[in-house]
Design a protein around this ligand. Structure first.
Ligand code: HEC
Length: 107
């Protein structure tokens, strides 16, 4: 079998596309809504944003529309007027993804 046989080329193209798709999706890690609800309540998000993100002292964030990147930025931000910052040590990237999925699922 030569290195550039037709099947080899097809296989490497497939692999390339697969890796490409993987890296494109990699910006939003898969989250678990049930865990998300736990982290949401544990971190007192519910005290300001309501039971399911429906709002209260903080804005309504149920069914959140912003992208995951912006969401994480909001969490980590230190200069918000009311909302406290949640650094990586409090809410990991994975926990943030869980909360994100939880919020997305509720309206
Ligand atoms: C002490 C009250 C308080 C707590 C606790 C709190 N927030 Fe907030 N949050 C706010 C307020 C008020 C705003 C809007 C203004 C600001 O940033 O201070 C906000 C803004 C946001 C936004 C941006 C909304 C938008 O449409 O721009 C998101 C997303 C968010 N909070 C998520 C969370 C999550 C997730 C938690 C828990 C980890 C949390 N918040 C905890 C009060 C709070």
């Amino acid at each position: 079998m030569t290195l550039f046989s037709r099947s080899n080329i097809i296989v490497s193209c497939g692999l390339f596309l697969f890796l490409f798709a993987l890296s494109a999706c990699g910006t939003t890690p898969a989250g678990n809504s049930e865990n998300g609800q736990k982290w949401y309540n544990m971190n007192n998000c519910n005290a300001c944003h309501g039971e399911k993100g429906s709002g209260g002292r903080g804005p309504n964030i149920a069914g959140i529309e912003m992208g995951f990147g912006s969401f994480v930025k909001k969490l980590r931000k230190k200069d918000a007027p009311i909302m406290p910052p949640f650094p990586e040590s409090k809410i990991s990237e994975q926990d943030a993804a869980d909360i994100y999925v939880f919020l997305k699922s509720g309206k």
